[in-house]
Design a protein around this ligand. Structure first.
Ligand SMILES: *Cc1c(COP(=O)(O)O)cnc(C)c1O
Length: 417
């Protein structure tokens, strides 16, 4: 079934070989007239797919994507059971007790869950957030607070270093009026892994009631993080990061005793995590249309995650990917943005080489033409590009990417050593 998927929005111009009549447009997709005329842009499951070495969307397995093909009504008992399983699996993956913690999924990309936590956990009056930032995702936390008019203090650290725990302790000791401290675990703009557990200890030691909120979007499921030891009250991640589901929802792992105090805080109806939780507990249903297909795909993704050996198995594959990339890129003469004291294995930032023939757009397009998608940089003080080692990527894929890079460097006449 559904051999061919039409998608006029993504220009799979590379796959223009397919005949119009061979396309069987699956009836579960809403296909516009436009995409009928664009049938030459169809691709099949058998066609070569692009590999995504990006921070999201990430490559997913064909079996995960297939799991999204089943259609359920939101009130179907099978779907309701799926929601329950999904929530309970996520608490298990976080390695915390179901008595103390709960999982609240929310429709939308990762940022929706981040915003939902601020909406839910910062009171309408008297709230004040300490935001620790060392990159673009940390800055996004501040942007969200700006838009919400939540008072905050932004504490900035250099993008090539970790958040400094002593400085955090200093700030909190001088001002005990903070009601929340927030930090990003893996700062995906650079690849820095922040010392979240140490920060959490300091936060609660100095201000016991201060809520500790961690954006673990790009690390959850692949980089160990002890929520209890780190005193984490809210942790967020999304379906399409290291758990390798398809995009469509994100989730918070929340400490129940803290969440219970959040009733009525949210200035947003759709992003109210307390209300979402309350309704899920009472009815096992979402308040608004749930991302049914994405959730079924996610359950398959969790199964594959467990088969791989959970956090340690998945982390090991990403480490292998990263090491192959690291060695290969070093051999070519590329320089990493971070020094060797950093041990993250989620994403690697590379400095633009000095070579006069270097042009990122050309480099990117030539790799893209070969089926390898990398990502532009996102650090401020250096021109960089990024290569992710996460998602449905294996050592062969990293080697494939490296040989494509070699060809492209030759074509562009770039000699780095
Ligand atoms: C991916 C990511 C997000 C969320 O991004 P979305 O585009 O909304 O999914 C947030 N924080 C970090 C650290 C991320 O890596």
């Amino acid at each position: 079934m559904n051999k061919v998927i039409c998608n006029s929005l993504r220009s799979y111009v590379a796959f223009t070989k397919f005949q119009h009549k061979s396309c069987q447009v699956p009836n579960f997709l809403t296909v516009s007239k436009m995409s009928y005329v664009n049938h030459q842009k169809c691709y099949t499951k058998d066609a070569p797919e692009k590999k995504l070495f990006t921070p999201g969307p990430l490559s997913t397995s064909p079996t995960v994507r297939q799991a999204a093909f089943t259609e359920y009504g939101s009130r179907d008992v099978a779907f309701i059971a799926a929601i329950k399983t999904l929530r309970s699996k996520l608490v298990e993956i976080a390695e915390v007790s179901k008595d103390e913690f709960t999982c609240v999924p929310i429709q939308g990309s990762g940022t929706f869950a981040v915003e939902a936590v601020f909406q839910t956990a910062v009171p309408r009056q008297g709230g004040k957030v300490l935001i620790l930032q060392n990159g673009a995702y940390g800055k996004r936390l501040a942007k969200i607070c700006d838009v919400m008019s939540v008072p905050y203090q932004l504490e900035s650290f250099s993008e090539d270093s970790k958040v400094d725990v002593n400085r955090v302790a200093d700030i909190l000791s001088k001002d005990k009026s903070f009601t929340m401290t927030s930090i990003v675990h893996c700062e995906t703009s650079s690849g820095v892994i922040n010392p979240v557990e140490d920060v959490g200890k300091v936060v609660k030691q100095i201000i016991p009631d201060c809520i500790f909120f961690v954006d673990a979007m790009s690390s959850f499921g692949a980089v160990p993080l002890d929520m209890l030891n780190g005193n984490i009250d809210f942790l967020v991640s999304s379906a399409n990061k290291c758990l390798q589901g398809i995009p469509g929802f994100s989730y918070a792992i929340a400490k129940k005793s803290v969440l219970m105090n959040c009733n009525g805080n949210s200035r947003s109806l759709s992003l109210d995590l307390f209300d979402q939780y309350d309704n899920l507990e009472k009815t096992n249903q979402f308040r608004f249309t749930p991302p049914t297909h994405t959730m079924l795909a996610f359950l398959q993704a969790v199964k594959e995650f467990e088969e791989e050996g959970g956090v340690s198995g998945r982390g090991d594959r990403y480490k292998k990917n990263r090491n192959i990339l690291r060695e290969g890129m070093k051999d070519f003469g590329f320089e990493e943005f971070l020094d060797s004291s950093h041990e993250g294995y989620i994403i690697t930032s590379y400095k633009y080489p000095q070579d006069l023939n270097w042009n990122f757009t050309t480099f990117y397009s030539k790799l893209n033409d070969r089926g390898y998608v990398i990502y532009p940089g996102k650090v401020l003080n250096a021109d960089c590009f990024r290569i992710g080692s996460i998602g449905h990527l294996y050592p062969e894929d990293m080697k494939g990417l490296l040989s494509a890079i070699k060809q492209v460097l030759q074509e562009m006449n770039i000699k780095l050593r």
